[in-house]
Each structure stands twice: as C-alpha cells, then as structure tokens.
Design a protein around this ligand. Sequence first.
Ligand code: G4P
Length: 537
Amino acid sequence: MSELTNEIQRRRTFAIISHPDAGKTTLTEKLLLFGGAIHVAGAVKSNKIRKTAASDWMEIEKQRGISVATSVMGFDYDGYKINILDTPGHQDFAEDTYRTLTAVDSVIIVVDIAKGVETQTRKLMDVCRMRKTPVLIFVNKLDRDGKDPFDLLDELEQELRIRVRPLSWPIEQGVRFKGVYNIYEEKLDLYTPSKQTITESIEIKDIRSPEMEKHIGSDQAEKLCADLELIQGVYAESQGTADPVRYYSLVEQYLQGDLAPVFFGSALNNFGVKELLDCFVRIAPSPRPVVAEERTVDPEDPFSGFIFKIHANMDPNHRSCIAFLKICSGKFERNAGYRHVRFDKTMKFSQATAFMAQRKETVDEAYAGDIVGLPDTGNFKIGDTLTAGEALHFKGLPSFSPEMFKYIDNADPMKTKQLNKGIDQLMDEGVAQLFTNQYNGRKIIGTVGQLQFEVIQYRLLHEYGARCQWEPIHLYKACWIESRSAEALDHFKKRKYQYIASDKQGRDVFLADSAYVLQMAQQDFPDIRFHFRSEFG
Ligand code: G4P
C-alpha cells in the first residue's frame, strides 16, 4: 500500500452533533482523553460556549474566538488519525453547523435518554440524510432515568427517519443502571457508579448462560434475554454481528446512510465511550470520493480541497481570518503552489495550521480527510476550491432557507460604499444570507437567529465604519424556484413580483410570507418547483 493510500485510509473525519445539553462536549472530551490528546477532563468544557443570554453576543463571539482552537480536534488512536470537527452549540449558529457537515465523512449523534430526539437534532439529521452521511447514535445519560429503550428506538426511527440497530443494550437505568450488553462484541460491560468507568467486561456469547445470572441477578438476566430476543426479532441484523456476513451487511447499510447503529452509555461516567470509539474507528468511512461539477474526485487524486468555514478575528485591528480547508484528495504540502480556482491564481501557504487537539501547529503536510487552517486576508469565500492545477468546483455546499429576515438599510449615506463592501464580505464569510428584492432592489438579510443581526451590525460598524439599520419583514421561508418551462417561471415571477428576490449567486428565490401562501403557490403553480435549499436536482 502506498503511503498516500495508507494515510487516507486511516483517517476518520467526523462531527458530533446533538441538541444543546445532550452531552456533546462531554463525549468529545472523553474521546480526546482516550486519544491521549488531553490529560485532564474539563479542557474542552472550558472552551465551550457557555449558556449566555442570547443578547450578550459579544461574550459569545469572544468564546467562539477561543473555540477556534477546538474547531477541529485531531489525534491519533489505535493507528487511526481522528479529526473531530466541532459544531457550535448555540442554535443561532446552525448555519455554521450545516456547513461543517459538508466537510465530514460521518457523524455521531448524541441523544439524551430522558429527552429523546429534540428539534436541533432533527434539523441536523435532515442535512445528513440529504448528503447520505453515515450516522452512528450514542444514547447518553443512562445513569439517569429516562425513556424505555424500545420506545426510544422507535422515536429515533420516526423522528430521524432512519432505520436503527442497537449494538449495545442497557440493563436498567438511573440508580439501578447495571451496565450494557455489548451485542456487537458479545460482552457484558458492568457499570459501577463509584468507579465511574467500566469496571468489568466479560465475554458472554450465550446470553442464557448461568454466568449472566451470576453477574446481574436472575430477574435482570431474564429480562435481558427477553429484550435481546425481541431485538433479534425486530432488528434482525443486530444479533450475532460477529458473524462476518451479517456484520458486512450492517456496515454496508450504515455506510450508505440507510441505517444507524445505536450505542447506550454515559459520557459523564465514561461508560460505553471506548466501545463506541472502537466500533466507530472500525466501521466509519475514511474519506470518500467527492462530487465536483466537472467529475467525481477520488481521495487519491492529486491535491484538492474546499473552504467550508471562515472564522473572522473579532479584533478590528487584525482584520485577518482563518479559512478552514477540507482536503478532498491527495496531499497538501507547505509552500507548494496551489491554484485558487475562482481567481485562477497560484497561492502558497507557509503558515497553514493543522489542528492537533488543543494546539494549533504549522503544518508541513496533510492528507485527504484533514482540515487545515489558512490565514486569510479576504481571498477566500465559502465554497472556494484549491487544487493542484485542475479547475474543479465542488458541489454540495447548499444554503438553507433562513428562519428570520430583515431589510438592511443604510443609516449613513456617506458610507454607502463601505456598507456594500461590508455586506458583501460578511456574506462571503457565511455570516448570513443576502437576498435582493427584484422589484424594489432592497436588500434582505436572512439568518437562523436574532444573534446574527447583532453580529452583522456590530461588525459593519467596527470593521467597515458603516452604519446599518434594520426593518423587520415578516417572511416564512425563502424558496429557490425553478421550472422546466421558462414561460411558467416568467408568469409566476410576474404574478408574485413583490416577493421575488435574487440570492447572492443571482438565483431566483420566492419569499413566502406564510406556510399557507407557500402551499397555495405550490397548488396554483404546479409547473414551478420550490426548494428549501439552494442546491437541488
Ligand atoms: P452539550 O455539549 O451537548 O451542550 O452538553 P454537555 O456535554 O455540556 O452536557 C450537558 C450537561 O449534561 C452537563 O451538565 C453534563 O455534565 C451533563 N452530562 C453529560 N453526560 C452525562 C451523563 O452521561 N450523565 C449525566 N447524569 N449527565 C451528563 P451541566 O450541569 O450542564 O454542566 P456541568 O456543570 O456538569 O459542566
């Protein structure tokens, strides 16, 4: 195997997603501890965006600044190179999370046993489903009372719209929590609260063996047998996953994004985390081929990558940013000349950084699957491609319909130029989305949360010296529209002229002011297709 193949195949680049408070930070931290990347618990936690009042966004931004270091956490584990991409917990930054999901090869979803599937998780799962990203689920907080595991599995299937297969099974929960039976490895993992970690892991292939009874008592052993039999009936593939054929089929379905293996545990107590990690490194995908407009790019092709995130420095004296590049193929080398496809010019990077756990360090080389940080002074925007020479444009960086909309107006006529430049650059950075009303030319900013309006206003003033003011506009959704018939499209645009806008790429967007209006439009104009994201077809 060549060095390149080996380096690529040992990479596992993924994100952990959850609804706030389900335990994402705690799980991330435990994974880092296993990787030897950090030595004390709490290291990641202290960088977490704390639960601040929504209006105190400066504080949040400051914390976000700190969290650049934890944006990507790379470490080695058992011969694998793991890259965990952090996603902001605050839901007003959901757009950031969507984009981060375009840079990962798989996802671990954390669900709180008591709360089940919550809004944020559902939305993020929609993005995974759309991209067919393989998903593994960790049901957390088994040391607390929560839902019945069977009910929870049903809920996961229904709410996340994916088939699930438990690979471990809890024995009781809350104060009576005894541990899990690891279906995947046919082991009993016993939980001892005081030790706060797995104390014993016993191989028990035959669940009816007296050994099981000896460890968990006859009542529990009986219940476990009944549960496992039920699981075997309902979720056929989960039993005997040690069997190579069954195992292969399960992994195949997982890799296709059709089935999510489920683990149970308690991140806080470091219970079930190592099992999750060990299974994850084995089955999770290494970097996969990426579709560009021109062709499908294989990870072993010459170097290519795209910018999926830009992190601005909040300090107005240093208008520098870090552009996060996901390497799609080949090897990135320090100071090699790469083609910036949009500008068609060659750029060299002497100060690119790799993210190894908590440290940022200058990178000499990196491989497909890795993320490198490129210092940027305004050269990059989201979606830009760098290659070894070929003109490639990667697909799959869609915008989603924002949730909140406001007209942005100039509050200082002397600074029109600055305002326009500021809006332009902030939108390129992906702070929010800009729509221009085709009828009156007014600019509308769309966001996923109130916080972004405040961020934009502040940054326009402090970085561009421009003043803006907002005018509320009540809109339900922005829908990208298309039709096979140019005539039908034209007719629709004429009929709805006040509600037609262009996005930043000049695509037609219908601004629906209510769900009802949208429904009526869909009904009255059957030739028009309405999309809630900018990339379709
Ligand atoms: P998040 O990143 O998804 O928002 O969640 P985070 O890890 O911060 O966890 C949210 C809360 O849940 C934290 O408590 C954390 O300690 C707790 N937690 C995480 N995993 C478990 C678990 O397995 N069992 C139990 N019982 N609790 C768990 P907190 O009080 O909000 O924060 P802290 O004061 O403990 O830091």
